[in-house]
Design a protein around this ligand. Structure first.
Ligand SMILES: Cc1ncc(C[n+]2csc(CCOP(=O)(O)OP(=O)(O)O)c2C)c(N)n1
Length: 673
């Protein structure tokens, strides 16, 4: 047994608390956590019991929040990055008086339809600021939230925006690679109102952390530009003092809170056994004795309940004072703040987008879609001030920065473009945090291939339903000479498999503008826009209707009765158009369907989909894995795609080498009719 504390049925009494009232409040959390986990016979009691004192100090003395006004924009954000300790958060929300977090919900911990899922899920109840569980993600989100606070503060001033972001992170969060990117970014951007409380309990699932990690975490954070300190996490005075210091810092702060996992449990405290399973009746009985908590499960004595309610009531004055300040703010400032907070884009954005679309249609430029995307941003950035762009060190390749955007730096939070550095995962997690915070609309670029570097964050964008726009260029073998390490093959299929994520692959400049319009107009949906490196011919000259809005449409109807339908996305739509000409020369009437967004197409009514796809045999073409295309071509169809990895060569050679050509498409069509 890997015990830090000797297991004994009659373990010695716990050290006397600094402050009995705070200890009792923390014990209420401990009791709720162990009882809810016991009832569910599943969950993680150790972390909530270990961090109960720290959380009690934070909530009772520092956190600015109002359970009766949970969406108050200037509230402090509290992120439980160690999401397995969800009962800590649920207990706090219940005890401080969030109406939705009833005792019944705690009793239904981890049950179907409850607000108290195994890990905190954004949207399940007010007070859950983000979905956590995949370790390290919450820390990454918090960086985005703290950054959003600085951005909004620069625009709207201290009177409207002045709050902290607090994180509870565990050893696991700090072991994850994403923690490096997140803390490095936060240190570089000097996010002084970000405070991380590390549950320094030296335990993870496999046993003592000494089995796996020897990092000097304080030195690591310090090296990234953070203020660091360490304190006994069960000493409420020491915790309060450390928090005071952190709040006054001009840098982000880490406080190592030395705690005992499952504090109070007689034999399992300090051991991995308390991490992730119910303690069991005997252990719970022992903990009750040791903590001096004689009350039955889920019963909180009135005096302690009142104390917690007082904590919950503490923020009401601040939130109403804030609402008064907002009401008294100059009307234009107030309207702008409210508009940005609501997520509604400014009234002029559609006109700006229509203008660029018309220009594309009139000029019919031969343009890479990444360049078209840059053109769209050129038009939109000046009219959507909340658009916060960036790239993971591929700005000139991604065409993500436009002239009107000033750099967002530690000296200028009023800028709107972030050089995220080579930190794709950190960028994506921060973008989730930016979107969750509100008031800003983040987009960020890298190569499509590197979505694999931040898939966990994309998945959470979709699970939470937040408007994050991933500008992913170099979307196929069409990128050419960089070779197979850089050429996406399976990425489109993998991204399309993420529920709730929209994957756009526009075919030309007009479609690119349409896809941007759709991504921006969906406040609860993340989007990936896959863009080419190579130039593409203009295919669309019409601008009236956003034809990409239906996900797929007939770009070119067959001349005469359809004998075959060619379905394509992105750069391969032009190729399908050439195949159509080849087929026409052979007397075969083919239609071309552009399918820039599968998710939107699948959401159309069956009659529309049937009218687009037709009843003739179908051939799909996409310079990517054929995985998933079966659904559109059906049994009698063919798919022209990549069956393996790409290669390093000029793009035209690669398309020829891999047989992704108009001739091959025409051949496949002829073989099917
Ligand atoms: C990315 C990721 N990997 C693995 C897990 C599974 N997991 C959940 S908690 C945990 C151990 C974390 O240890 P620590 O942060 O010290 O938590 P404590 O044991 O102190 O509660 C692991 C491996 C996870 N949730 N996320």
């Amino acid at each position: 047994m890997t015990a830090l504390q000797s297991p004994s049925a009659d373990a010695p009494p716990l050290p006397a608390p600094r402050d009995r009232e705070l200890r009792e409040m923390a014990d209420a959390i401990r009791a709720l956590a162990m009882d809810a986990v016991e009832k569910a016979n599943s969950g993680h009691p150790g972390m909530p019991m270990g961090m109960a004192d720290v959380a009690t100090v934070l909530f009772s003395k520092f956190l600015k929040f109002d359970p009766r006004d949970p969406a108050w924009p200037d509230r402090d954000r509290f992120v439980l990055s160690a999401g397995h300790g969800s009962m800590l958060l649920y207990s706090l929300l219940h005890l401080t008086g969030y109406a939705e977090m009833t005792l019944d919900e705690l009793k239904r911990f981890r049950q179907l339809g409850s607000r108290t899922a195994g890990h905190p899920e954004y949207g399940h109840a007010p007070g859950i600021e983000t979905t956590t569980g995949p370790l390290g993600q919450g820390l990454g989100n918090a960086v985005g939230m703290a950054l959003a606070e600085r951005i909004m503060n620069a625009r709207f001033g201290d009177g409207l925006v002045d709050h902290h972001t607090y994180v509870i992170a565990g050893d696991g969060c700090l072991m994850e690679g994403i923690s490096h990117e997140a803390i490095s970014l936060a240190g570089h951007l000097k996010l002084r109102k970000l405070i991380v409380l590390w549950d320094d309990n030296s335990i993870s699932i496999d046993g003592p952390t000494g089995l796996t990690v020897s990092d000097d975490q304080l030195a690591r954070f310090e090296a990234s530009g953070w203020d660091v300190s360490a304190a006994d996490g069960h000493d409420t005075d020491a915790m309060a003092a450390a928090l005071e210091v952190a709040r006054a810092s001009d840098r982000p702060s880490l406080i190592a809170c030395r705690t005992t996992i499952a504090f109070g449990a007689p034999t399992k405290a300090g051991t991995a056994a308390a991490h992730g399973s119910a303690l069991g009746a005997a252990e719970i009985e022992g903990a009750r004795k040791r903590l001096g908590w004689p009350y039955p499960p889920f019963e909180i004595p009135e005096a302690i309940r009142m104390r917690w309610h007082a904590v919950g009531a503490r923020g009401a004055a601040a939130s109403s004072a804030w609402r008064e300040r907002l009401a008294k703010a100059p009307a234009d400032l107030r309207h702008e703040f409210e508009r940005r907070q609501s997520g509604e884009l400014p009234s002029g954005w559609r006109a700006a987008l229509a203008a660029v679309k018309e220009k594309f249609a009139a000029d019919a430029p031969k343009l890479a879609t990444r360049q078209a995307s840059g053109g769209v941003l050129d038009a939109l950035a000046p009219v959507i001030p909340e658009l916060i762009g960036g790239s993971a060190d591929l700005t000139p390749s991604n065409n993500t920065k436009v002239k009107s955007q000033a750099l967002l730096t530690s000296k200028n939070y009023g800028g709107s473009y972030i050089h995220y550095g080579v930190r794709e995962h950190g960028m994506a997690a921060a973008m989730n945090g930016l979107a969750l915070h509100g008031g800003v609309v983040p987009y960020g670029g890298t190569f499509l291939i590197f979505t694999d570097y931040f898939r966990p964050a994309i998945r959470l964008s979709a699970l939470m339903g937040v408007r994050v726009i991933y500008v992913m260029t170099h979307d196929s073998i069409g990128l050419g000479e960089d070779g197979p390490t850089h050429q996406p093959v399976e990425q489109l299929a993998a991204l399309r498999a993420v529920p709730g994520l929209r994957v756009f692959r526009p075919a030309d400049a007009v479609e690119t503008a349409e896809c941007w319009e759709l991504a921006l107009a969906a406040p609860k949906t993340p989007s990936v826009i896959a863009l080419t490196r190579q130039a593409l011919p203009a295919l669309r000259r019409d601008t009236g209707e956003n034809r990409s809005a239906r996900g797929g449409y007939v770009l070119a109807e067959a001349d005469g009765a359809r004998r075959v339908t060619l379905v394509a996305t992105g750069s391969e739509v032009a190729l399908a158009m050439t195949a159509r000409d080849l087929l026409k020369a052979k007397g075969v009437a083919a239609a071309v369907v552009s399918l820039p967004c599968w998710e939107l197409f699948d959401a159309q009514d069956p009659a529309y989909r049937a009218s687009v796809l037709g009843t003739a045999p179908r051939v799909a073409v996409e310079a990517a894995s054929p995985f998933g295309w079966e659904r559109y071509v059906g049994a009698g169809g063919a798919i022209v795609g990549m069956t393996g990895f790409g290669a390093s060569a000029p793009a035209e050679d690669l398309f020829r080498h891999f047989g992704i050509t108009a001739e091959k498409v025409a051949e496949a069509a002829l073989s099917r009719i």
